[in-house]
Design a protein around this ligand. Structure first.
Ligand code: ADP
Ligand code: MG
Length: 404
């Protein structure tokens, strides 16, 4: 992984070191930041996100022995298994993301054989930038590079894409992107065991430079709205959150049982007035979670409107409000995240700030006027260190195009 004090390693170089020859194919997929819409995706709600200039990159070459061998820049142990025997290895749980995608590809009728692959990353793990979805998408794309396939809603298409004279495949078709995002989500749900929504995979595949993605998780549609003039600054608390089997799944269960108690298909169908009138049908915790989700979906609607009207001050206010709702009702914040948002709010160049991603640690995003980014970063670093004794390294993320 690239970061402060760490050497820059490309996937190609990592491959050469790991396998002693040069890889034939490379694929990469960006991480993402959730801009607004906290825990709304699995409630069939609305969410805004961006793909950012942090990537998982995989370099690979086919092999003829029917085996798959993986090395990673982050985890020291190699993983080797037969194409015909893809199962979990508790010694290398990180490889589950790759294996899950391989199994889902096979379920869809994609044929592949063995390969060697090196996985490099500039996405910090568990920091709310979704390294897992980027790993899934990059895996699906590197398999496409090695063993070309085209996906549609039914599965693998009869005719695979063909390479041009330089050996390049055509870019992913618009109609292939959603099935691919769903396939990667299924890998994480079924094989890894994290009940994530579709937000991360969609963001990695549908991102557009200088634009925010507006994702409707019920109808699975994506729209783009321009966001220029402000930088997105990420401040990582350095506090870890464990999503597998953890608080994330618990929040999801509260939301789903709230919807059931309200006889709604999902919280997307619930209006605030209806929720309030039916408070007595929910447990206190179900009500709090539902209150956050229903209000948050409404906030995304208002925020889209503010963006369309070019009112970025108002847009930023919704970010602050979102944080308060996550903190007070969903209760997935933590003291470090709250402190970062409070410190950001003190700076005049900051339009909005909130926790992003699963919560319970991880990172905040702040929307900051471009010409004052340096001053904002200096303020955040020194104030955070003063208050906690810990160092903070805020990073400016560029909004980039999606994978493929
Ligand atoms: P995030 O918020 O970053 O998606 P997750 O816990 O969902 O956090 O996913 C992180 C997991 O993804 C890691 O624990 C690891 O299993 C896998 N992963 C991420 N980056 C890499 C990498 N470069 N090499 C191998 N596995 C990785
Ligand atoms: Mg993840």
């Amino acid at each position: 992984m690239k970061g402060a004090g760490m050497p820059e390693v490309s996937a190609t170089e990592l491959f050469r070191r790991g396998f002693n020859f040069t890889p034939t194919r490379v694929a990469r997929a960006p991480g993402r930041l959730e801009v607004l819409g906290n825990h709304t995706d699995y409630n069939e709600g609305l969410v805004m996100s961006v793909a950012v200039d942090r990537y998982i990159e995989i370099a690979a070459s086919p092999r003829t022995d029917g085996r798959i061998e993986l090395v990673s820049s982050v985890f020291p142990q190699r993983e080797l298994f037969a194409v015909t025997d893809i199962r979990r290895n508790p010694e290398a749980p990180w490889a589950d993301y790759v294996k899950g995608v391989l199994l889902e590809l096979r379920r869809k009728g994609v044929h592949f054989s063995g390969f060697s692959a090196a996985i490099d990353s500039s996405i910090p793990l568990g920091a709310g930038m979704s390294s897992s979805a980027a790993l899934e998408v990059a895996t699906a794309l590197v398999v496409r590079e090695l063993y070309p396939y085209a996906l549609n809603e039914q599965g693998a298409a009869d005719v695979p894409p063909t390479r041009d004279r330089q050996g390049r495949l055509p870019v992913l078709g618009v109609k292939e992107r959603l099935p691919l995002a769903r396939l990667c989500q299924a890998a994480e749900n079924r094989f890894v065991g994290v009940n994530c929504g579709l937000l991360d995979q969609i963001s990695s595949l549908f991102g557009k430079a200088h634009h925010v993605l507006s994702i409707d998780c019920r109808f699975q549609t994506v729209a783009h709205a321009p966001l220029v003039g402000e930088a997105i600054v990420v401040c990582n608390t350095g506090v870890k959150h464990a999503l597998v089997g953890g608080e994330y799944n618990a929040l999801r269960e509260h939301c789903e049982s709230a919807a059931r108690a309200l006889q709604a298909k999902s919280l997307r169908s619930v209006e605030m007035s209806y929720l309030k009138a039916n408070k007595h049908r929910l447990s206190p915790r179900e009500y709090e979670c539902a209150y956050h989700v229903v209000g948050e979906i409404q906030r995304v609607v208002y925020a889209e409107r503010a963006l369309r009207e070019d009112d970025h001050r108002q847009f930023g206010q919704y970010l602050f409000q979102s944080h308060e709702s996550s903190r007070d009702f969903l209760r997935n914040s933590c003291p470090e995240l709250d402190l970062l948002v409070d410190l950001a709010r003190q700076h005049r160049a900051c339009l909005g700030s909130r926790l992003t991603g699963g919560g319970f640690g991880g990172a905040t995003i702040s929307l900051v006027a471009y010409h004052e980014v340096e001053a904002f970063i200096a303020h955040m670093s020194s104030a955070y260190e003063q208050r906690t004794g810990r160092q903070l390294e805020p990073v400016v993320c560029q909004v980039v195009d999606g994978a493929g």
